[in-house]
Design a protein around this ligand. Structure first.
Ligand code: HEM
Length: 171
């Protein structure tokens, strides 16, 4: 039975996106000397989101005001570096046809925008008094943000390792 016959009889399901002419056009365009900028920028918000939770936990355990101040800095830089990651990710999403046509790339963008809103909220909330903000809502928000950043990073990794989005074709 030929491929066309299988499709006509419905005995095989095919992904319509796989028929798209831009299906294989997935090479990163937002890159420096071939190194994708999104992959370089995402490390900072991921690490700083974990640092915010770590600082909050240390403040809870020690009562030291230093950790509350460290927390407000970590929360602010997580948000600002998150914005930078979102700029490079959005450019890649919109400019690379093979990325733009895939639904999982848009799913990642939606999760990432939720993450940015939460990172911004965590920073803004601490502006009204960073020490008082830690317990209970600051640390709860930081813990939740660790879960959301993990989901975002894991999902981004799937785009790269499963779909090979934003990679170089190599030689
Ligand atoms: C609206 C914002 C964002 C968009 C549109 C976006 C889009 C993308 C796309 C298209 C990829 C596939 C690789 C590439 O083309 O570069 C990717 C990978 C990835 N994204 Fe995002 N992204 C956004 C924000 C974020 C944020 C805020 C984080 C984490 C804090 C993040 C974490 C990742 C990770 C870890 C990868 C895998 C990178 C690798 O292993 O090379 N993304 N993203």
């Amino acid at each position: 039975m030929t491929q066309q016959m299988r499709q006509e009889t419905g005995s095989e399901l095919t992904d319509p996106i796989a028929q798209h002419p831009a299906y294989g056009v997935t090479e990163s365009r937002i890159a420096l000397w071939g190194h994708p900028l999104h992959a370089m920028t995402v490390a900072f918000p991921v690490a700083l989101t974990f640092c915010t939770f770590g600082a909050d936990a240390l403040h809870l355990l020690s009562g030291d005001e230093f950790w509350a101040r460290a927390g407000v800095w970590a929360a602010g830089t997580a948000f600002l570096f998150g914005l930078a990651a979102a700029v490079t990710g959005t450019m890649e999403l919109l400019m690379v046809r093979g990325i733009r046509i895939r639904a999982p790339a848009w799913t990642h963008a939606v999760i990432a925008v939720l993450l940015l809103a939460l990172l911004g909220a965590n920073w803004g909330y601490r502006m009204q008094g960073y020490e008082a903000a830690v317990l209970p809502y600051g640390i709860l928000l930081s813990g939740f943000n660790v879960l959301v950043v993990s989901a975002t990073g894991w999902h981004g990794g799937k785009l790269v390792f499963d779909y090979r989005l934003g990679t170089s074709k190599g030689s």
